[in-house]
Design a protein around this ligand. Structure first.
Ligand code: ZN
Length: 86
C-alpha cells in the first residue's frame, strides 16, 4: 500500500524531474562552452583595468593579471563540478 502511494507520488513528479534534468543538461552545456571560451582569453596587462591600488611600473609584475590567472587556475570549471561521477 505504502509502496503504491510512493510510486504514485514519484510518477506524478516524473515530468518535473525530466524537465529539471533537461534544463540542467542545457545549462551545463552552455557553461561548458563558456568555460572553453574563458580558457581562450589572453589576459595581458595592457588589456585589463587597473584600479589605483593596482597601478604599477612596467618593470613590476602586474597584480591584476596575477590575480586573474590565479583565479582561472584554481577555480574548477562549473561543468566539471556538475558532471556525474560514475
Ligand atoms: Zn598591469
Amino acid at each position: 500500500m505504502r509502496d503504491r502511494a510512493n510510486d504514485a507520488i514519484l510518477a506524478a513528479f516524473q515530468p518535473v524531474l525530466d524537465d529539471l534534468r533537461a534544463k540542467l543538461a542545457a545549462a551545463t552545456e552552455a557553461i561548458r562552452v563558456k568555460d572553453q571560451a574563458l580558457s581562450l582569453i589572453n589576459v595581458t596587462c595592457e588589456n585589463v583595468h587597473h584600479n589605483k591600488k593596482d597601478q604599477h611600473t612596467w618593470s613590476q609584475p602586474c597584480p591584476v593579471v596575477a590575480r586573474i590567472e590565479k583565479a582561472l587556475a584554481t577555480t574548477p570549471t562549473v561543468a566539471a563540478q556538475w558532471e556525474e561521477k560514475p
